[in-house]
Every structure is written in structure tokens, then in C-alpha cells.
Design a protein around this ligand. Structure first.
Ligand SMILES: *Cc1c(COP(=O)(O)O)cnc(C)c1O
Length: 377
């Protein structure tokens, strides 16, 4: 039974301050309630300046929409195959299906938990041998931890396959000094309520080519041709971000670095207090890699112990969550082709995400650690 007298601790709640209100109120005062407007433009500018590496940003209604448009801009269509990291949230893969294409799942490597370069190459060669060259690769910086950027992109380049870099969880993370979101032909961000910064719901498409951004915005605003009447030569979408929500985003960009610091401090607190607890393992940061530590994840020795921990926390009104269930194990993708090595399945069985919000207080962290230690003693 949940103890409702104890303060609820959420896994990753939104963390909003005062700055966001200024821009949202401005939208109200100036009647820029309709989609598009100065907040959208300025939020895009702030993202471009932060991510750097000459990216252009198009703010959209969600990260999922950004993946959908990104794949379409790379020419993915009916009957194509797209390689996708299996260990991820379903939104990385679903847009492949929206386009009538087929996801082919690739398992992880043990260091970053992200797409295995070795298996990726095996998958590419095998698909090509069957006469089906993959049209794109969806690689994910899961939990804010950069994937093996150099190795993955070297393979993508060698075979001439473009990458959609799913940075939904990795705004503020970097690899060898370059920010996540800037490595792929297309990068995507999410501002969903549980992410490191939020607009309540929203996302962005990042690309290197200004023309590609313009195309994304065109498709996201119902694909209207340049004519005084409503004329359409393409199927469009209603995917643009609203000016009100972009106001929240402008305020959140000003505290992004604080949010990253707070999440990394959570991770360090857990590691300091729990790494001597038998049965708890923390992932190591790869050389050259900087994680925003969106969620602190730990590995336990077994499914049973992971569940015992999760339930013990739940009984104290604390939300934790098993690691993502790999796509190749999802009922909806049970018939999909996949290249697996057992890594993501093992992570799913043994891994747990601990509460990781940037508004967590030391008392909360203490409470969580005490329960974990008590359960494993
Ligand atoms: C949240 C998330 C998305 C989707 O973003 P939305 O803005 O919620 O549509 C995509 N990929 C990953 C890995 C995510 O965590």
C-alpha cells in the first residue's frame, strides 16, 4: 500500500521558475496566441546558440514530430528499411512506421548502453547483402549519455547512410566538446514535461542546412504553396510549436545549465552514497563524453532485486522506473527484424531509474538512499 502521508517524489517532474512567465505574459499582452510569433523565433535562436556547430533549429509540437519530419526529409518512404537503436523509448521508432517504412532494430553496447557500432555494421552489411540498403539510422543518446559518436558516424559515412540523432534526452550533453544534437544529418530535441527542460510539450528539429530547416517548417505548417489562396502540392502537417509554449522554452533555456548541474549533482549524490552498497552498479562515463544525467540509472544483480527496490520505493511514495523495454521485445514490434546481442534485454531486467528531477532536495535524496540501502542490506 502506498503511504500517502509521505511526500511524493516523482521520477522527473517539470521544473519551472519565474523567467518563463515573462515571455508567456508577453505573448498574452501582444495577443501572439496564434502559433508562430516572436517567442518561436527567439527560442529557435537560443537553441541554435546553445547547441552551436552551425545548426539551424525548427521548433515543433513534439520530439516525435521532429523525428517524423526528419526521416521524411531524408527521403524515407513506403517500403524502406530504417535501422533504429532497440534500447529506447518507442517514439524513436514509431515515426518509421508512420512513413510506411520498416524499422530494423539494433542492440546496444555495454559501455554507453546505446547502439552498438559493431552490430550496426553487421546489420548494414546483412541488409545490403539482401539487396536492401537501409535508408537512415536512428541513434539515441539514451538517458543523456552520448552514444559512441565517432564510431557510429564513421560507419554511417562509410556506407553513406544519414543519421537521425535522437537527442530527446540529451540536451546539454556533449561529446569531445561538441553538443549532442549537432552530430547527425538531422538532430531532434524534446521539451516534453519529463525532459531536462520543458515547454509542457514540444520538440525541435536540428539540421546543418538552412534549406532543410525551411522545408521542415513548410511541412510543419500544412505545406502551403506560395499563393494568395490555399494551394498545396505536398501533404503537410500541423506540427509547429505555439508561440505561448515557445515562451516557456525561452525562459527554460536561461536555466538549462543549472538544470544540467542539478541532475549531475543528483547522480554524484547517489554514486557517493550508494556505490559501496553491494548490488548497486553505476554506469561509467566514456572518455570525452559529458552526460546531462537526465536520469540516474543503476544496475542491480537481478530482475527480482530490481523489482524489490522499485516496490520498496513505491511503498514510500517514491516513483522509480525500470529502464526502457527494448523495441525488439515490444509486442507491437514482435515481427520486426532485429540484430541482438542480449545487452539491452539484460539492462531492461536489471536496471532502475532513480528519481532525478532538478528540483530534488537533499532530504529527498537522503530518503531514497536510505530505502535502497535498507532493502539491499
Ligand atoms: C521523449 C522522447 C522522444 C519523444 O519526444 P516527445 O517530445 O515526447 O514526442 C523521442 N525519443 C526519446 C528517446 C525520448 O525520450
Amino acid at each position: 500500500m502506498e503511504n500517502i502521508l509521505l511526500k511524493k517524489i516523482w521520477l522527473s517532474p517539470p521544473h519551472i521558475g519565474e523567467k518563463e512567465k515573462v515571455y508567456v505574459e508577453e505573448a498574452f499582452h501582444t495577443n501572439w496566441i496564434a502559433p508562430l510569433g516572436p517567442n518561436v523565433h527567439n527560442f529557435e535562436k537560443a537553441i541554435e546558440e546553445f547547441v552551436g556547430n552551425d545548426v539551424h533549429a525548427a521548433c515543433l509540437s513534439s520530439g516525435t514530430a521532429a523525428i517524423h519530419l526528419g526521416l521524411q526529409l531524408l527521403g524515407v518512404g513506403v517500403g524502406d528499411e530504417v535501422l533504429c537503436q532497440s534500447f529506447t523509448f518507442s517514439a524513436s521508432a514509431n515515426p518509421i512506421a508512420y512513413l510506411g517504412a520498416t524499422p530494423v532494430f539494433v542492440d546496444s553496447e555495454p559501455q554507453t548502453w546505446n547502439i552498438s557500432p559493431e552490430l550496426l555494421e553487421t546489420a548494414i552489411m546483412d541488409r545490403m547483402a539482401r539487396g536492401k540498403k537501409p535508408k537512415a539510422i536512428v541513434a539515441v543518446h539514451l538517458y543523456g549519455t552520448p552514444y559512441q559518436v565517432d564510431a557510429v558516424h564513421a560507419i554511417a559515412q562509410e556506407y553513406g547512410i544519414p543519421v537521425v540523432e535522437d537527442s530527446a534526452e540529451a540536451l546539454g550533453s556533449s561529446y569531445k566538446g561538441f553538443n549532442c544534437g549537432s552530430f547527425g544529418e538531422i538532430g531532434i530535441l524534446s521539451f516534453n514535461g519529463n525532459k531536462i527542460i520543458t515547454t509542457s510539450g514540444g520538440g525541435a528539429l536540428l539540421c546543418k542546412d538552412k534549406k532543410m530547416k525551411e522545408k521542415a517548417v513548410f511541412l510543419a505548417t500544412q505545406a502551403r504553396d506560395n499563393a494568395p489562396h490555399y494551394q498545396h502540392s505536398h501533404i503537410g502537417y500541423n506540427y509547429r510549436m505555439s508561440n505561448v509554449l515557445a515562451g516557456i522554452g525561452r525562459g527554460q533555456m536561461q536555466v538549462l545549465e543549472d538544470r544540467v548541474a542539478a541532475r549531475r549533482a543528483n547522480f554524484e549524490y547517489y554514486r557517493k552514497n550508494l556505490s559501496n552498497t553491494p548490488g548497486i552498479l553505476f554506469p561509467e562515463e566514456m572518455e570525452g563524453s559529458f552526460s546531462n544525467r537526465w536520469l540516474t540509472c543503476v544496475l542491480t544483480p537481478s530482475f527480482e532485486i530490481r523489482e524489490r527496490l522499485r516496490v520498496a520505493l513505491e511503498n514510500e511514495n517514491i516513483e522509480s522506473r525500470p529502464l526502457w523495454k527494448p523495441m525488439h521485445l515490444q509486442p507491437v514490434y514482435q515481427n520486426a527484424i532485429s540484430y541482438v546481442n542480449g545487452i539491452s534485454e539484460d539492462l531492461f531486467e536489471k536496471g532502475l531509474c532513480l528519481p532525478s528531477g532538478s528540483s530534488l532536495e537533499e532530504d529527498d535524496l537522503e530518503r531514497i538512499c536510505a530505502i535502497v540501502k535498507n532493502e539491499l542490506k
